[in-house]
Design a protein around this ligand. Sequence first.
Ligand code: CP
Length: 317
Amino acid sequence: MYHVLSAHQFDRQQLDELFKTAEIMEFNARKGGLNLLGGKIMAALFFEPSTRTRFSFESAMMRLGGTVISTENAAQFSSAIKGETLEDSIRVISSYADVIVMRHNEVGAAMRAAKVATVPVINAGDGAGEHPTQSLLDLYTIQKELGRVDGLKVAMVGDLTYGRTVHSLAYLLAKYQGVKLYFVAPESCPIPEKVKAFLDEKGVEYFEETDLEKVAEIVDVLYMTRIQKERFPTQSDYERAAGVYKIDPPLLDRMKSNSIILHPLPRAGEIAPEVDDDPRAAYFRQAKNGVYIRMALLAYCLEEGMVSRDTTALESL
Ligand code: CP
């Protein structure tokens, strides 16, 4: 594996291998880590805020014996503020680090970075585009919690237009057999046509619903997302979407006893805190899995051979 730019680049065999490696990483992390990447440096280049992605990547690198270089809020405190292009920053950082983990506000920024980087680039979220490493840990969590992915009914709820985690997860779930997707979004942030076109092409069954109570009764996975204030064009667009859907104890009562609730987090009121103690609330376990998946990804990225370094091939996915 070289760059990690999109959920599209993974096939089933790679996903199975990655998840097996993540299990091994979890075992090793519990024992204090291992020195697989001793002497290697990871640059954390975050142009947008992050808690989970950044800390879990940093934790993952350190648990593998590597070190991390970073700047607080790259949009403000890197030379981007002086007008340096993303490409120039990446060219330079490539000579300081062995892998670059980058979050950026623009769709396609990770691909732009990968085109000029001389080290692997990992997309830690590109605007409203994709968040492939989040979707990998989401899928890993589903498999770990429910024992399978094939044949599951998965609902995605909330900000489906700008929710990059949802886009990447839909792309990954399309690689499994018999998965049914239920999209539940406020009117102003539906699932994008691009995602639906992809699902149509792959023959994945999906439904656009408005009644969360009805959907909650039938699904195995309820994947909730935050209405992302920072991505809506206007305050009134945001206000029309905020608070429309919420998971609270009455909704929980309707859910199947063997279902799970996931959320990429952070949350902003769409899951009531009273839900947290229910065993079906898997979102904090999900966040923890991020360390193991990212340990596996870092190990793969710093090894040769699994996926082409050729960004032209990745662009056509
Ligand atoms: N899930 C996720 O991307 O969280 P952060 O924004 O805290 O990294």
